[in-house]
Design a protein around this ligand. Sequence first.
Ligand code: HEC
Length: 154
Amino acid sequence: MSRLLLLLMVFSAQPALAAVAGHQHPPGKPLEQRKPLVLNAEEAAHIRLEMRTFLSGVQKIVTGAAHNDMKVVAEAATALGVAAAHEVPPALRQKLPLEFKQLGNATHTGFDDLARDAASMADPNLAMKQLGQVMSNCVSCHATFRIEPAPRKH
Ligand code: HEC
């Protein structure tokens, strides 16, 4: 084997190795790039509770679809829809950037669409496709924002 070919092989394998190790970030670029949402303890708890509701609903949707139980899927998705969303306290609403609210709304309306189609078409495969689309909002928002605890007032 030529020395050049060997060198090429070694170098082309490196990015893949770095990606597996999870250490692929350019030097000098901070790891934390998410925008901070400065929230007090109550507001942070409100968001986190809503999030755990999302996670448990997604678990029910996946389990229901796996068992071809589309009634469970429709009910779990409805519970994550616009109508079921917890009322956001006005002070918290004011602190949330437009992009955050848009991603949140898209998530709730996506679950409403999933619920409607699960009830009318009863197709677990379609439900999983829709869940994948809805969850791109989870991924985008998590990649964009983080909660920053507000300094406590003394
Ligand atoms: C509009 C923005 C947004 C969307 C959409 C969103 N999340 Fe979150 N999520 C957040 C933020 C912000 C946090 C807090 C991250 C941190 O700790 O700084 C969070 C945290 C969480 C947590 C941790 C909760 C805890 O108790 O600490 C879970 C679980 C979670 N999200 C699940 C989901 C799932 C599942 C979806 C989609 C179905 C979703 N989220 C959609 C913004 C979002």
